[in-house]
Design a protein. Sequence first.
Length: 89
Amino acid sequence: MRRADRVWWPPDVDKAPFGKAQKWFYNREQPGPELTQERAKRKTILEAPLPEQAKNPQQHQAQEWTSSLNAFVQTGDCEMVGVVRMQEQ
Protein backbone atom coordinates (compact mmCIF):
# COMPACT_ATOMS: atom_id res chain seq x y z
CA MET A 1 0.00 0.00 0.00
CA ARG A 2 1.22 3.52 -0.79
CA ARG A 3 -0.10 6.99 -1.40
CA ALA A 4 -1.39 7.71 -4.88
CA ASP A 5 0.96 9.44 -7.34
CA ARG A 6 0.11 11.83 -10.13
CA VAL A 7 0.44 9.74 -13.26
CA TRP A 8 0.67 12.39 -15.98
CA TRP A 9 1.26 16.13 -16.22
CA PRO A 10 3.06 16.62 -12.93
CA PRO A 11 3.66 20.21 -11.79
CA ASP A 12 7.41 19.69 -12.11
CA VAL A 13 8.32 17.32 -14.95
CA ASP A 14 11.94 17.16 -13.77
CA LYS A 15 10.85 15.49 -10.52
CA ALA A 16 8.60 12.89 -12.17
CA PRO A 17 10.03 9.38 -12.67
CA PHE A 18 8.91 9.56 -16.32
CA GLY A 19 9.92 13.21 -16.80
CA LYS A 20 12.66 12.52 -19.34
CA ALA A 21 10.27 10.46 -21.46
CA GLN A 22 7.59 13.16 -21.29
CA LYS A 23 10.09 15.85 -22.35
CA TRP A 24 11.27 13.63 -25.22
CA PHE A 25 7.71 13.35 -26.58
CA TYR A 26 6.97 17.06 -26.09
CA ASN A 27 10.15 18.01 -27.97
CA ARG A 28 9.28 15.78 -30.93
CA GLU A 29 5.54 16.28 -31.10
CA GLN A 30 4.04 18.56 -33.72
CA PRO A 31 0.86 19.70 -31.96
CA GLY A 32 -2.05 20.93 -34.02
CA PRO A 33 -3.89 24.18 -33.28
CA GLU A 34 -6.48 22.45 -31.07
CA LEU A 35 -3.83 20.89 -28.82
CA THR A 36 -1.89 24.15 -28.65
CA GLN A 37 -5.07 25.95 -27.56
CA GLU A 38 -5.87 23.32 -24.91
CA ARG A 39 -2.32 23.46 -23.55
CA ALA A 40 -2.63 27.24 -23.23
CA LYS A 41 -5.88 26.81 -21.27
CA ARG A 42 -4.25 24.24 -19.01
CA LYS A 43 -1.26 26.51 -18.41
CA THR A 44 -3.60 29.29 -17.28
CA ILE A 45 -5.32 26.91 -14.86
CA LEU A 46 -2.03 25.59 -13.43
CA GLU A 47 -0.68 29.10 -12.91
CA ALA A 48 -3.83 30.38 -11.16
CA PRO A 49 -3.47 30.85 -7.40
CA LEU A 50 -5.29 28.37 -5.20
CA PRO A 51 -8.22 29.69 -3.17
CA GLU A 52 -7.85 29.93 0.58
CA GLN A 53 -8.76 26.85 2.56
CA ALA A 54 -12.29 26.95 3.98
CA LYS A 55 -12.41 27.91 7.64
CA ASN A 56 -15.30 25.54 8.37
CA PRO A 57 -15.01 22.00 6.95
CA GLN A 58 -18.19 20.65 5.42
CA GLN A 59 -19.73 17.38 6.54
CA HIS A 60 -21.84 15.38 4.10
CA GLN A 61 -22.95 11.80 3.57
CA ALA A 62 -20.97 9.76 1.04
CA GLN A 63 -23.68 9.96 -1.62
CA GLU A 64 -23.83 13.77 -1.29
CA TRP A 65 -20.07 14.02 -1.81
CA THR A 66 -20.28 11.75 -4.85
CA SER A 67 -23.11 13.83 -6.34
CA SER A 68 -21.14 17.02 -5.77
CA LEU A 69 -18.06 15.53 -7.43
CA ASN A 70 -20.09 14.36 -10.42
CA ALA A 71 -21.54 17.86 -10.78
CA PHE A 72 -17.97 19.22 -10.70
CA VAL A 73 -17.14 17.00 -13.68
CA GLN A 74 -20.33 17.91 -15.56
CA THR A 75 -19.58 21.64 -15.32
CA GLY A 76 -16.25 21.01 -17.03
CA ASP A 77 -14.12 22.04 -14.05
CA CYS A 78 -12.30 18.72 -14.31
CA GLU A 79 -12.37 15.64 -16.50
CA MET A 80 -12.76 12.88 -13.97
CA VAL A 81 -12.85 12.24 -10.25
CA GLY A 82 -12.33 9.12 -8.19
CA VAL A 83 -13.27 8.26 -4.64
CA VAL A 84 -11.64 5.60 -2.46
CA ARG A 85 -11.83 4.72 1.19
CA MET A 86 -9.08 6.51 3.09
CA GLN A 87 -6.63 4.32 4.93
CA GLU A 88 -5.46 5.89 8.16
CA GLN A 89 -1.70 5.70 8.74
